[in-house]
Design a protein around this ligand. Structure first.
Ligand code: SF4
Ligand code: SF4
Length: 159
């Protein structure tokens, strides 16, 4: 699916998520599905939660026990392939990289899209910050819990 349409299958996505019992705390979701020579996720993580191993071409692996959900890796990944996910207050919360302007603002409602670009509902902007090194905007959003595995990003302010 990734090769054909440019987005992963539902099976690929679910393979990178963790059970709800783990997601009561924020955890990085590494949506890096191809072997490429890249490792800023590994070198940026302050807790050593991401490993690739001796062959830099391999895909990164997350140790959820070591991940604090700080989102440093979200801002460091050049492929925008990492988000942080959490189940909180019976909603799905995410920290996502956002490279477009204007930036969303706290408390705004934005239309949310899945990985194939389909609109999936309305997300609330819970906050926004700039990554200290890359200055990538990291947007915190929440959406109904049922969209945990479908949510990919926000696309425009909800009309
Ligand atoms: S969210 Fe923070 S602790 Fe978790 S993998 Fe990313 S950089 Fe490491
Ligand atoms: S930095 Fe991003 S693109 Fe590079 S290996 Fe890590 S997750 Fe994949």
């Amino acid at each position: 699916m990734l090769d054909k349409f440019g987005y992963p299958t539902a099976e690929q996505v679910s393979s990178r998520f963790f059970p709800e019992a783990v997601l009561v705390k924020p955890k990085a979701i590494l949506e890096c599905y191809e072997d490429i020579p890249c490792n800023p996720c590994v070198t940026s993580c302050p807790t050593g939660a991401i490993t690739i191993g001796p062959d830099i071409n391999k895909q990164p692996v997350l140790d959820p026990d070591k991940c604090t959900g700080c989102a440093v890796c979200v801002g460091a990944c050049p492929g925008l392939a990492i988000m942080v996910a959490q189940i909180k207050e019976n909603r799905a919360w995410f920290k996502i990289p956002y490279e477009f302007l204007p930036h969303p603002a706290k408390n705004e409602l934005w239309d949310a899209a899945g990985r194939d670009g389909t609109l999936i509902g309305v997300a609330k902007i819970e906050g926004i910050a700039l990554a200290s090194k890359t200055k990538t905007a990291i947007v915190t959003v929440s959406i109904e819990k049922a969209q945990l595995l479908r949510f990919a990003t926000v696309v425009k302010k909800h009309a």
